[in-house]
Design a protein around this ligand. Structure first.
Ligand code: PNS
Length: 159
């Protein structure tokens, strides 16, 4: 059984994230989407709501579960019995950061391997932050997020 962790802040989950999760689920036997607390990021949605939104978005993927976590990713991977971490790789701006994270995680836990899945061109420049910006300024963000995220974002910015 090959189990992989797909980590992120998911504030909120986008179609780019969903693409990576779906592809990871077709490669690995079991996938745990690990939603980080990311306390320093001052997120729009609290952790439990981000977990809920990911859960709704992945409900049709039978080998995917969703869990929130705080602390080191490698510790959580170890705790979950996952030896693989899967990250999406978008345009080159991601590379430096992801390379640093993968190198640090490798030093922390040699047993945990990082795998990268290339984002498809249509999601190369998609991020949760750009979706939040669009939604906050009444831009058309609907096609960039799973259906269940649309009302959540609208509500968040209607206040
Ligand atoms: O979606 P994001 O915000 O790019 O995801 C980043 C995330 C949550 C994967 C990363 O910040 C992370 O792994 N956080 C947990 C803390 C950790 O293990 N940091 C790396 C070693 S210092």
């Amino acid at each position: 059984m090959k189990k992989a962790l797909v980590p992120g802040t998911f504030d909120p989950i986008t179609n780019g994230h969903l693409d990576i999760i779906t592809r990871a689920a077709s490669i690995f036997d079991e996938v745990v989407v690990a939603v980080a607390l990311s306390a320093k990021k001052n997120t729009l949605f609290p952790l439990d709501r981000r977990v809920e939104l990911v859960e709704e978005a992945v409900k049709d993927l039978p080998n995917v579960t969703v869990k929130g976590f705080d602390g080191l990713l490698t510790d959580f991977a170890f705790e979950q019995g996952a030896h693989c971490v899967v990250k999406g790789l978008r345009a080159i701006t991601d590379f430096e950061y992801e390379f640093q994270m993968a190198a640090m995680n490798w030093q922390l836990h040699r047993a945990v391997e990082t795998f990268f899945i290339m984002s498809p061109p249509e999601y190369m420049y998609l991020s949760s932050s750009i979706v939040r910006e669009l939604a906050s300024m009444n831009g058309k963000f609907e096609k960039f997020v799973p259906e269940n995220v649309v009302p959540a974002l609208k509500e968040a910015y209607s206040k």
